[in-house]
Ligand binder design. Sequence first.
Ligand code: SF4
Ligand code: SF4
Length: 470
Amino acid sequence: MKTVDEGIYADESFRDSLATIGEDGKRKWIYPKKPKGTFTNYRKIFGYSLFILFLVMPFLRINDEPVLLLNVIERHFSILGVVFWPQDFHLFLLAMITFILFVVVFTVIYGRIFCGWACPQTIFMELLFRPIEYWIEGDYKQQKALNDAPLSTTKFIKKSTKHITFFSLSFLISNVFLMYIMGTEAWLEMVTDNPFLHTSGLLLMLLFTAVFYGVYARFREQVCTAVCPYGRLQGVLLDKDSIVVAYDYVRGEPRGKINKWEKEPSTGDCVDCKLCIHVCPTGIDIRNGVQMECINCTACIDVCDEVMEKVHRPTGLIRYASENGIAKNMPFRWTKRVIAYSVVLFVLLSVITTLLATRPDIETSILRTPGMLYQEKAPGIYTNLYNIKIVNKTKKSFPLQFKLENKKGTIQAVGQFPTAESKSITDGALFIELAQEELKGLKTDVIVGVYRGDEKIEEIKTSFVGPAQY
Ligand code: SF4
Ligand code: SF4
């Protein structure tokens, strides 16, 4: 029995170059055959559902907060209705690390299933832009013939129709993308208001449109094979137990055409029709084994199953399987690596859940104003000036009161005590006034209670500077 290490993949020279780059270093344009079959149908259902979700999600709210908002400009983030503030950066970072670890665990077990089924690049390219191309220009052979043909009225109409449609779709995607960054309200204001008041936002919209158009009209599979960091990581994430789209070389080799005069077939199940190569959007031959370029799109599974049905052989010559599953017929098993990753993931999830559940809605900081010492207001009476900052993460505004908790003295606002505005950071200043007998040397610990009406929200410890006592 041949394995990847000793058998059919002994010649690994195909890994030295990308399938989409010719020997002269120029781009080889891929004309993938239109896929059809069971997996393609399931992917369409799943992919179009995700696309609809992508379109409507900016308008969905949980607790009045966007389901997903990544406003990097104003540093306002909302994930599943949970709002993250700059003060919550540690939580956001932890959430990102947890997400990355989840992707790692998922990849170690299920390979690049995300790429084929849920990656926006694959969904947009294979389920939106590519079908439009098939619809306007025909299947792969017609597309190649059209590209090779000299300019004619038909070619001009087809090409311009395609590119106008691509640009319009890119414009739509760009606008939805902006809604995730700036929020739907700000987006609506930008597109309905005087454009000269929103030049940077509108320029960003055009830039995104140009990038999306460039990616889906020209750059295409190069995103997966040359840019995407997740694709690059596959080499270290996958092992021989990972489930990937794989060719069953045990069954398939030696490949060859069917000789109907042979009583006992001298070849394996692969009839070497090469349709799995023709259908591949990254232009690779899955029969060479697991490759970095494979985005697990399942198109080769469908086309090979169709061939197997035609030649009356069992389907599944290309299927979801692990290297150990094919070479040694081993079922999936939890390896030590998967268990270790899962334990870390569970710990991270527990930590983040606890931190989120105990996260305060209001956070106050009271710090002595830098560069200011004490003032002697009257003989034996001293004051310190403090800056206060209140982060109110709730949807209600309310006035605040401050009281000294461990000392006899007074707190006076500079102006008025501030109102903690909803979902905002409020600044203010106050004086603390203490008598000489309350002081303990140069620095005295002071505890300030922060009140919403009669309700104490939190206690803040700060220090009071007084004259040295001898
Ligand atoms: S589609 Fe199936 S039978 Fe045809 S070349 Fe590929 S693996 Fe072999
Ligand atoms: S090898 Fe198969 S699954 Fe991988 S990208 Fe090509 S067609 Fe898709």
